[in-house]
Design a protein around this ligand. Structure first.
Ligand SMILES: CC(C)(COP(=O)(O)OP(=O)(O)OC[C@H]1O[C@@H](n2cnc3c(N)ncnc32)[C@H](O)[C@@H]1OP(=O)(O)O)[C@@H](O)C(=O)NCCC(=O)NCCS
Length: 177
């Protein structure tokens, strides 16, 4: 497996492939999001990747086929409060004056699951975040997303007492780096 950091400004074909995989993945349960289009994903990706210390990683099978992706960015307490709908004070209690990175997305093409791509992408992203001297990584996932929950447990994340205001089945996870 090869994991690469995307120089996304110059890699339209990578963004398109990531967006294609993204649209298929999020139609699956428990997400059931049928509204994604590649144009909308690429537009969102452009916005997310302009954020501080943003990183997009993608995994390749044998130097050619993109099998999965993960991305995220450094977030402030206000950003986390906006993303989650939770009170600023809740995040402030956790983060205090430390730096925190929000892992926005992780997905592996269905055909390539359980081959180590998700774990490889997450470990590589954690390495990059650590090299930025960031103190914590956080993310949210669905309580029914067993694969993702197991993967994040395995990489040292712990579920915290914050539930998403908009999606009550999604909880937040934290790892001290
Ligand atoms: C979550 C996801 C990225 C995992 O990717 P993957 O490449 O299949 O995962 P890996 O092969 O690297 O597996 C790593 C660990 O994840 C867990 N895991 C992966 N698939 C699993 C499954 N079907 N059931 C239970 N645990 C699973 C295991 O702990 C596994 O470690 P192990 O092989 O030692 O048991 C993938 O299932 C996916 O894209 N799901 C849909 C999108 C999603 O839920 N994304 C996360 C949103 S936050």
């Amino acid at each position: 497996m090869i994991v690469k950091r995307s120089r996304w400004e110059k890699e339209e074909s990578v963004l398109l492939k990531v967006a294609e995989i993204y649209c298929k993945i999020w139609e699956e349960p428990p997400w059931n999001e049928y509204f994604w289009t590649t144009d909308r994903v690429i537009q969102d990706l452009h916005k997310e990747l302009m954020k501080p210390n943003a990183v997009l990683l993608y995994a390749l099978e044998k130097e050619e086929r993109i099998t999965g992706f993960t991305w995220g960015y450094e977030a402030s307490i206000s950003d986390l409060s906006d993303i989650s709908g939770a009170f600023y004070s809740q995040w402030k209690k956790i983060v205090e004056k430390k730096r925190i990175f929000y892992i926005d997305e992780l997905g592996v093409d269905r055909k390539y699951r359980q081959c180590g791509y998700g774990l490889g992408l997450t470990q590589e992203l954690l390495k990059k975040i650590t090299s930025l001297n960031i103190d914590y990584a956080t993310l949210r996932t669905d309580i029914k997303a067993v694969s993702a929950r197991n993967l994040y447990k395995k990489t040292g994340f712990q579920e915290i007492n914050i539930t998403d205001a908009e999606h009550s089945d999604r909880t937040y996870w934290l790892k001290e780096l």
